[in-house]
Design a protein around this ligand. Structure first.
Ligand code: GTP
Ligand code: SPV
Ligand code: MN
Length: 637
């Protein structure tokens, strides 16, 4: 096969130096687990890496790697007074987001991947991967990155080892996971661990021994993000960006973990986790699934506008939830940092994130100010007069192009977030009281609705639709089904996943209540009807009072929505007319949506749980029979 040797940046002319010598085998024995050592050795041989470095995750390693990357031009050191120990990375413009079209689930049987995943036969993919990875790290260091998803030693945590030729991925994994010696020490001779192989696919020496210089952001036009659910392996080739390369995140903590969770009776979810405390001092934990770039980080760090409320952060992207001995759902955040969307993050929308990223942060694909700090759209109301944009080009205020890429991100340790709940790294996790499902919907979906029971809640999750964002390659704004916000992240057949959710619900003596929310409904003029952000605390207030049996609701075919007089609207500027628009359930468009749901279900054929077919039938029946009926009921249901 031929690698696409397609350089970016300037200094790329290859120099002929036929001095390539096969690397010597790495020192074995760095892990107590002999399989880890043997695998590392095999990967070094396969990739032809020049040397192997076992990462410790300590600060000396960070200092050395960042200095090397600054030296080579891959990172820009930000002004140490404004932004201490912080760096800007600019990616290849062709490598800026997850690549769903290039993401594969390689289960033995195609139907186990299901119609919403790309599938390849494992044997066929292995041949492909062998070709791609053979020699892919020539001239480079292969880093061995042991990591724990979840607090070290937690009964809910899982271990993995990533090998990678990207020092940027090493640094990012060091922020996003418990990485290095502490994780490696957890892997004993019989411990389960997930092998994760990553190469940017830009060797510095080709098959003929010709040497070439490195480039600022090495990657390859050929990309494969592949998962083997049966053997629990990850292989990722060609991209250095985000979820494509930080393999602990989407690949391990969602795609592989969802399979482990199915087999072991728990849930691996694309959800934020927050602890909310009412003015009366009672705390509750909410988990919420919103699709990529639809407000999880914002919600997780919310500064409530409602007096007396407190929101504390536990996680902003992934939750692992497991039934406990008391029949409650217990959750941990398996990550230890945030990989947050930068554009739109500002003093008014997310002041907590702004406080969090004071230093020790890697910024990717945002703009650089003349004083060596960062900027992006939405950080301040007025842009600086002059910037270097995310590609490194001159940018002037008023230019029509984006200064920051819409999927530009910050990578920062969770410990720096001032709103972290003390329980955020509790190895035992926290008990979840409510689950929210949301999407980016201009129409139809009300501000908030409560499911009548678990099965109805699962139906709400299964039927999430959302407008596409810049978090993945694809058509922006296009409305698509994104069940449970897991469309790109479920490692097996989505219909089986729905059945698993129903099963877990049945196993819980105290299941969380389920709600659907939508901050993104728009009026006739196209503007958002709901102010969002800190004002979402009003929805939290209603939800928590529902949990306590202290809030009034109106029955609709779509679930129970707030009784307006019992919803804290004062001060939002939302008047009665806007409220009507925000909460309207339009029969005709809901019936049309039922047809789309049926089409979605039909893609899965007989694997769709009958409970969900029954929910759809019941929804249609309710819409047809009782469109205009509204009755107040009390919460005590
Ligand atoms: P991933 O990290 O990609 O999984 O996404 P996320 O869900 O954490 O995304 P994030 O919180 O960074 O979402 C960012 C986008 O949502 C920005 O465009 C925000 O302006 C927008 N957003 C967040 N909360 C609200 C809200 O309450 N109302 C409105 N209108 N927009 C919001
Ligand atoms: C998402 O797209 O949902 C993310 C960013 O959280 S990435 O890690 O790149 O997948
Ligand atoms: Mn995400």
């Amino acid at each position: 096969m031929t690698l696409t040797l397609d350089p970016v940046g300037s200094a790329t002319s290859p120099v002929t130096a036929p001095t390539y010598v096969a690397p010597t085998a790495p020192a074995a024995g760095s892990s107590r687990n002999s399989e880890v050592n043997a695998w590392v050795q095999r990967m070094a041989e396969l990739t032809g890496a020049a040397d192997v470095h076992w990462c410790t995750g300590d600060s000396a390693e960070w200092t050395r790697l960042t200095a090397q990357l600054v030296e080579s031009g891959s990172l820009v050191r930000l002004d140490p007074e404004w932004r201490p120990n912080s760096f800007l990375a600019r990616s290849d413009p062709r490598d800026v987001a997850r690549v769903e079209e290039r993401t594969f689930i390689c289960s033995e049987r195609e139907e186990d991947a299901g119609p919403t995943n790309n599938w390849r036969a494992p044997a066929e993919m292995r041949i492909q991967l062998d070709t791609l990875f053979r020699g892919s790290m020539r001239g480079r260091t292969m880093f061995v990155v042991p990591f724990s998803m979840g607090p070290i030693g937690s009964p809910l945590a899982k271990l993995g080892v990533q090998v990678t030729d990207s020092p940027y991925a090493v640094l990012s994994m060091g922020i996003m996971t418990r990485m290095g010696t502490q994780a490696l020490d957890q892997i004993g001779p019989d411990t389960e661990w997930v092998p994760a192989v990553h190469s940017v696919g830009y060797p510095l020496i080709d098959d003929a021994g010709v040497v070439r210089d490195d480039v600022r952001w090495p990657c390859n036009d050929t990309k494969y993000i592949t998962h083997f659910p049966e053997t629990r392996e990850i292989w990722s080739f060609g991209s250095g960006y985000g979820g494509n390369s930080l393999l602990g995140k989407k690949c391990m903590a969602l795609r592989i973990a969802s399979v482990l969770a199915r087999d072991e009776g728990w849930l691996a979810e694309h959800m934020l986790l927050v602890k909310v405390t009412s003015p009366a001092g009672r705390s509750r934990v909410l988990a919420a699934a919103f699709p990529s770039a639809c407000g999880k980080t914002n919600f997780a760090m919310m500064q409530p506008s409602l007096p007396g409320w407190k929101v504390e952060t536990i996680g902003d992207d992934i939750a692992w939830m497991r039934p406990d001995a008391q029949g409650r759902l217990r959750a941990i955040n398996p990550e230890r940092g945030f990989f947050g969307v930068a554009p739109g993050t500002g003093e008014t929308t997310n002041p907590t994130a702004i406080d969090t990223i004071w230093g020790n942060t890697i910024f990717t694909n945002v703009a650089l100010r003349d004083d060596d700090d960062v900027w992006w759209e939405g950080m301040t109301d007025v842009a600086p007069r002059h910037l270097r944009d995310w590609k490194g080009d001159d940018w002037h205020r008023g230019d029509s192009s984006h200064a920051a890429h819409p999927n530009g991100r910050f990578t920062v340790p969770a410990e720096q977030c001032p709103s972290m709940a003390p329980e955020w790294d509790d190895p035992e996790g926290v008990v979840v009281d409510a689950i929210l499902f949301g999407g980016r919907r201009a129409t139809n979906i009300p501000l908030v609705a409560e499911a009548t029971d678990w099965a109805h809640g699962v139906f709400m999750g299964a039927t999430i639709s959302s407008e596409r964002t810049a978090a993945a390659e694809g058509t922006l704004g296009e409305l698509r089904h994104d069940p449970f916000a897991m469309l790109p992240f479920c490692g097996y057949n989505m219909a089986d996943y729905w059945a698993h959710w129903l099963r877990v619900g049945r196993s819980l003596a105290h299941p969380p209540k389920i709600f659907q929310v939508n901050w993104f409904r728009r009026g006739a003029d196209g503007s958002f009807l709901w102010p969002g952000f800190g004002e979402n605390s009003r929805v939290v207030d209603w939800i928590v009072r529902r949990l306590d049996g202290r809030a009034l609701a109106t029955w609709t075919p779509a679930g129970h929505i707030p009784w307006r007089e019992d919803f804290a609207l004062e001060g939002t500027g939302v008047d009665e007319d806007i409220w009507e628009e925000l909460t309207a359930i339009d029969t005709a468009s809901w019936l049309a949506e039922c047809d789309l749901t049926e089409q979605l279900f039909d893609r899965f054929g007989r694997r769709v749980p009958h409970e969900l077919r029954a929910q759809l039938a019941s929804l249609r029946w309710k819409l047809e029979r009782s469109a205009e009926t509204t009755t107040a009921d009390s919460a005590a249901a």
